[in-house]
Design a protein around this ligand. Structure first.
Ligand code: OAD
Length: 231
């Protein structure tokens, strides 16, 4: 079965109403990234960091997957082995039905024990959406299950293995400035088709086919290409 690997960024969730980071009006215009999303920032003011992610959870609560998330999930029913590697901390790929999702930068709806990184707890929207540095779950103080800047990216290695096995590799909605995520395309084998869907794409090597479109429009085009080509 053909393996198709997606590498998605904030742009895939933009049409669901979630802000990207670096576009005009993006999240990093309103916040100091190092204060709310870095390891040093967390140590200096954990309450501010908890609050930033509380706001992100509230923002996610009313949102639904868009057509791009849905078409990615739909490829699983068209005979593709679909893997999604996402920089996003939202769960819209899962909500759309994708079954193999790797989160490079963590997950908004999870927290983990401060004293044991292996104890990860899922937050249930109907119970806890808000956490503070004093929140205790099963006897442990918790922190957002987010990879802060200055922290290691434990899922990067498994992600490179997926990229190296891809028969088709598709990048959607990322400015390709945050490493190591931006380096994933270097692990794709030579000759494997690489597509990049983004209305304002970053510079990419010549072997990448750029689809200058929003995530949903670009996915409609790609879906036709992939599904009709196979039939
Ligand atoms: P950015 O905000 O840097 O880039 C968003 C990309 O989405 C840009 O290339 C836009 O052109 C594109 N875009 C905007 N609207 C779109 C649409 N409707 N359809 C498709 N694409 C669209 O977001 P990321 O590249 O995801 O990390 O940012 C990477 C990381 O930086 C994030 O995971 C986050 C952030 O700091 C952490 O917080 C650790």
């Amino acid at each position: 079965m053909k393996k198709i690997v997606f590498s998605t960024g904030a742009g895939v969730s933009a049409e669901s109403g979630l802000s990207t980071f670096r576009d005009a009006g993006g999240l990093w215009e309103g916040y100091d990234v190092m204060a709310v999303a870095s390891h040093d920032g967390y140590v200096a003011n954990p309450a501010l960091v908890h609050d930033f992610y509380n706001q992100r959870r509230r923002e996610l609560a009313g949102k639904a997957p868009n057509e791009a998330h849905r078409l990615i999930a739909a490829l699983e029913k068209e005979g593709y082995e679909v893997y999604v590697i996402t920089q996003n901390v939202d769960n819209l790929h899962e909500q759309a039905g994708s079954t193999r999702v790797t989160h490079l930068h963590g997950e908004l709806m999870k927290v983990r024990a401060v004293d044991n990184e292996h104890l990860v707890y899922e937050l249930k929207p109907e119970t806890v959406l808000e956490t503070t540095p004093e929140t205790v779950i099963e006897g442990h103080k918790v922190r957002p299950h987010i990879v802060f800047f200055q922290e290691a990216v434990p899922m990067f290695e498994p992600a490179t293995a997926l990229a190296a096995e891809a028969d088709v590799f598709v990048i959607i909605g990322t400015s390709l400035v945050v490493y190591p995520a931006a380096a994933l395309l270097r692990y794709v084998r030579p000759g494997v088709p690489i597509f990049y869907i983004d209305p304002n794409p970053a510079a990419v090597p010549d072997n990448v086919t750029v689809i200058r479109a929003t995530a949903s429009e670009g996915m409609r085009q790609l879906y036709k290409l992939l599904v009709e080509k196979e039939k």
